[in-house]
Write a protein that binds this ligand. Structure first.
Ligand code: PEP
Length: 249
């Protein structure tokens, strides 16, 4: 049985005032069947980690550098995230691929750095609308998986997040069979490459406009082991409903 994950990506949102949302969330889910992860901006990571210590919530970063240290102004090493209390890091989010020109090879290097620091990599893959319209979705996802997922991946150190770029922040969600087809493909690629034992243990999250109103339907799709949630993770009551839907799926 794979333990499900409700992961929140706060992106570039949140200051100290919003830490109160986490306190509400922690009280609402003092015991949870699924794992709860919040990835705040780096400026909040240490405070959020301290605030969630001893609760069911763990924290993560939104990116890390591939190097251990050095002359990389503005970047953050994986070990620094761990030092600030993170147990995970989102890698290869489409906004970083677009805004910062991140490549699958670079994302693989970052994932290896995350593994070295003891962080779980939440590795994002997903097609653009143009790629879907051209019927290239499965090929795009297979290529991203082949290049970005490191050889040392296990069920503990990696989670795959399928996030169609056109569904992020748009309110648009793929049809049930479109999500299912991609999750099945990811599962079979993991099995082929790492063997069934590891392949079946890796959690595969769906991300892209997940809300309380569509969560239960998405969580009923085979091979969907939870969600990576952007906008709806910012408010405790919205995210709480998604966590509840996952716990009853
Ligand atoms: C995300 O940023 O990973 C995401 C899925 O955003 P949203 O839920 O807002 O679409």
């Amino acid at each position: 049985m794979r333990r499900k994950i409700a992961a929140g990506n706060w992106k570039m949102n949140g200051t100290a005032a919003e830490l109160s949302e986490i306190a509400v969330l922690a009280r609402a889910h003092s015991a949870s069947d699924c794992e709860i992860l919040i990835c705040p901006p780096a400026t909040l990571l240490h405070r959020m980690s301290a605030a969630t210590h001893g609760t069911a919530i763990r924290t993560g970063g939104q990116d890390c550098h591939a190097a251990v240290s050095g002359a990389h102004t503005g970047d953050i090493a994986a070990a620094m995230l761990a030092d600030a209390g993170a147990s995970a890091v989102i890698l290869g989010h489409s906004e970083r691929r677009t805004d910062h020109g991140e490549t699958d090879d670079g994302i693989r290097a970052k994932a290896n750095a995350a593994f070295e620091a003891g962080l779980q990599a939440i590795l994002c893959v997903g097609e653009t609308e143009t790629q879907r319209d051209a019927a290239n979705t499965l090929e795009v996802i297979a290529n991203q998986m082949a290049r970005a997922v490191p050889d040392g991946a296990t069920g503990e150190n990696i989670v795959i997040a399928y996030e169609p770029v056109w569904a992020i922040g748009t309110g648009r969600v793929p049809a049930r069979d479109q999500i299912g087809d991609v999750h099945d493909l990811i599962r079979s690629r993991l099995n082929d490459r790492f063997g069934a034992q590891i392949g079946h243990s890796v959690r595969i999250l769906y991300g892209g406009s997940v809300k309380s109103s569509n969560a239960a339907e998405i969580f009923s799709i085979p091979n969907v082991d939870g969600a990576l949630v952007g906008g709806a993770s910012l408010r405790a009551d919205d995210f709480s409903s998604i966590i509840s839907a996952l716990n009853t799926a």
